[in-house]
Each structure stands twice: as C-alpha cells, then as structure tokens.
Design a protein around this ligand. Structure first.
Ligand code: NDP
Length: 359
C-alpha cells in the first residue's frame, strides 16, 4: 500500500459518499412517517434507497461495459480503501460528537461521559441538509458492500475467464438480499437501530467499515476457489437461502404491517394480539425472533458456498450468530421493561426465541 494509493482511495471514497448523499437528497421517493425524534415529534423520511441502489447497479454495468473503469480496481485498492474508510468514520464520529455536544446533547462533563458520547452518540436522528444521517448511512454501507462483491466477480473473471458456480450463486444470493433491504427500506424505520440507538462512532464504524469490508469475506474467499459445486449441494444451499428469505422477510413484513395497522391480516386471518400491542399471529406466534433466524440462514447459505477448505469465511456467520443472539437478549430486556406483564404473557405464548424447542 503506497501513499499514492491511499490518496486515490480517499478521493474515490469521498466521491462515492458524496454521490450517495446527492442521490439521497435529489432522487424521488415515498415520504413515509417513521417513529418520533428525541423531542417527541413525529419524523418523516424520504425513502429513495431502492432507486439509488438500482441506479448505482446500472451505472456500474454501463461504466464497466464502456471500459472506462473496471470494478476489479476496488479489489486492487482494498487495503487503501479500508484505511480511508476508517479515517472517514473517525472524522465523522468526531464531527457528530462535537456538533451534538455543542447543541446541548450528551451526558455531560468528565472523560467517561465524553467517551460514551463519542462511542454511542449524542443524538438519535441527526440530519444534515435535510437528510437523516442514520438512515443514510445504510446506503453507502450496503451499496458499498454490493460494489465490493461485484469487484470479486470481476477479478475472478479476469483470472479464470469465467465465474464459478459458487461465485454465481454468491452474487445472486447477495444481490437478492441487498435488493430486498432497499425494497423494504420502510421496514427499517421501526427497527431497534433506528428507534433506539444514537448515532455515534460505533454505529458509524459498523456501517462504513464493518459491513462493506467484513461482510464481503466469503466473496473474497470464493475468488480463488474454483472448486466445482455438486448439484445436490447447490440445491441444498438454494433451499436454505429461500427458506431463510421466507422467514426473514415474512417475519419483518408481518410485524411492520401490524405496526402500521393492528387489524392487518396475517396468513389470511385478522392479527391476534396480546393487549393489542404484541403480535402473536404468524411467525411471531411461533418464535419471538424468527426474523433473526431467517437472516442467519441467508448468511450461512452464502458462506457454505465456500466449502470446508478454511474456517476464515465462517467468521462472518459466526459473528452474526453471536451478534443476533446477544441482540435478541438485549431487545427482550427492553421489551420486558416496556411491556411488563404483557411481555411475560407473550413469552408464555411464543416460548422460543430463534429455534423452536431449542432456544
Ligand atoms: P426486530 O425487528 O425484531 O424489532 C424488535 C422490536 O420489535 C422490539 O423492540 C419491539 O419494539 C418490537 N416487537 C418485538 N416483538 C414484537 C411482537 N411480537 N409484536 C409487536 N412488536 C414486537 O429487531 P431489530 O430491530 O433488532 O432487527 C431488524 C432486522 O434487522 C432483523 O431482521 C435483523 O435480522 C436485522 N439485523 C441485521 C443485522 C446485520 O448485521 N445483518 C444486524 C442487526 C439486525 P416496539 O417497542 O416497537 O414494540
């Protein structure tokens, strides 16, 4: 890694973030009501992530086709881009920290409070030029992850003259997952991160560094593994992926519809509830966190494409399994406090979190 490559990577990173921001500002999108901001006022969001995602995908194809630039460059500059992304998150973390404290948010004086404010943030939904910075940060994060994935495919094509079946499936699986995120962007408005987490360095680092650079680990491993994939294994992984998708998207969608309209139909029948607050129909009556289980199936499906040659790509689904198990515990603690007896009754009805009869 040379200084010149870091400078080039910095220009590319800043250009990419600026284009993402511009797109978020100007592209048309539905105006949707989200939760409340920290002063209790309802907050509106313009959801144009899908347009931005598709536009980026088309632009990438056109630019690569025209020969102006090859996505393989992302792979070549990977270390420099990684360094730059880290520097950017530090800068953004400090900017948000100083701005938040200047505006009177945050915990107060003392080094421990300052460190807490820096790491966990001072504000729930900071905006810049009319764009909510937290919802925005998922866009460079996931679109960046998509670009890194595609660069692996290009590098493999340049090296072997074709893509392996494993790489094809990896690309298709991930594309479906990312497209689903943006198509269901409205569902994000009622998630833990958006409703509860403040925007501090940790969340920013997670979005701008951890997700693009670490979540692409299986793609990086597949790049140099032209091992054939047996049809039975491919079929099994496609089925695991489809099952995971059905669970993940289905559970998130059911809860979202219920939050918007408590009388919504779930699996063809009016939603059953506990105290009209907690949904017990559909997936939410079978397990309390089946949306997490479904997402884990997706991550295991595309990582299992890597075969058994190395444990390294498996660090990703293992990490996510730990993260989501911890998150399920943390979220339930919050729900117990918020809903009290209703939550206990819900737990008696839906006895398991993520794996019926096991956990
Ligand atoms: P959930 O979407 O499960 O939301 C939890 C909240 O939903 C609770 O705090 C509660 O909030 C409400 N709720 C819980 N149970 C019920 C019920 N039975 N009826 C009605 N409301 C209920 O969790 P997250 O926000 O953590 O995750 C959202 C998605 O993001 C998941 O699919 C998860 O897999 C994914 N995710 C992905 C990560 C990744 O790195 N790939 C990381 C983290 C999450 P309320 O106060 O509104 O009632």
């Amino acid at each position: 890694m040379t200084l010149a490559s870091v400078v080039l990577a910095a220009v590319a990173c800043l250009g990419f973030f600026a284009l993402m921001f511009l797109g978020s500002k100007v592209l048309p999108g539905r105006i949707v009501q989200g939760g409340v901001n920290e002063s209790g006022a309802p907050k509106q969001y313009r959801l144009n992530g899908l347009a931005l995602f598709l536009l980026t995908a088309v632009a990438q194809v056109v630019i690569a086709w025209s020969g102006l630039w090859s996505p393989a460059a992302i792979f070549r500059y990977f270390p420099a881009l990684f360094v730059t992304a880290n520097a950017f998150t530090l800068l953004l973390g400090f900017l948000l920290f100083f701005e938040g404290r200047r505006a009177g948010h945050g915990l107060g004086v003392g080094p421990a409070n300052k460190l807490h404010d820096f790491l966990w943030g001072t504000r729930l939904n900071p905006e810049w030029r009319g764009v909510d910075l937290k919802m925005f940060s998922y866009r460079p994060s996931l679109i960046g992850l998509g670009l890194i994935n595609v660069s692996f495919a290009f590098v493999q094509y340049q090296a072997y003259g074709e893509l392996t079946a494993r790489m094809w499936l990896y690309q298709l699986f991930y594309f479906g997952y990312l497209a689903n995120y943006f198509q269901f962007e409205h569902g994000m408005l009622f998630t833990w991160d958006v409703l509860v987490e403040r925007l501090g360095f940790l969340l920013i680092w997670g979005n701008y560094v951890l997700v693009p650079f670490f979540y692409s680990l299986p793609g990086w491993y597949l790049l140099d593994n032209p091992e054939p994939l047996r049809p039975a294994a491919a079929t099994g992984l496609v089925l695991l992926y489809l099952f995971g998708f059905w669970l993940f998207r289905g559970a998130n969608e059911q809860k979202h519809r219920f939050k918007i309209n408590p009388r919504a139909e779930i699996w063809g029948k009016p939603a059953q509830t506990i105290g009209e607050k907690l949904l017990v129909s559909g997936f939410w009556g079978i397990g309390r966190k089946l949306n997490y289980t479904g997402e884990l199936c997706l991550y295991w499906a595309w990582t299992l494409l890597c075969g058994s040659g190395s444990f390294v790509p498996y660090l990703l689904p293992l990490w996510l399994t730990l993260l989501l198990c911890h998150r399920a515990w943390r979220d339930e603690k919050r729900c117990r406090q918020k809903y009290g007896e209703l939550w206990l009754e819900y737990c008696r009805h839906a006895r398991f979190r993520m794996l019926p009869f096991l956990y």
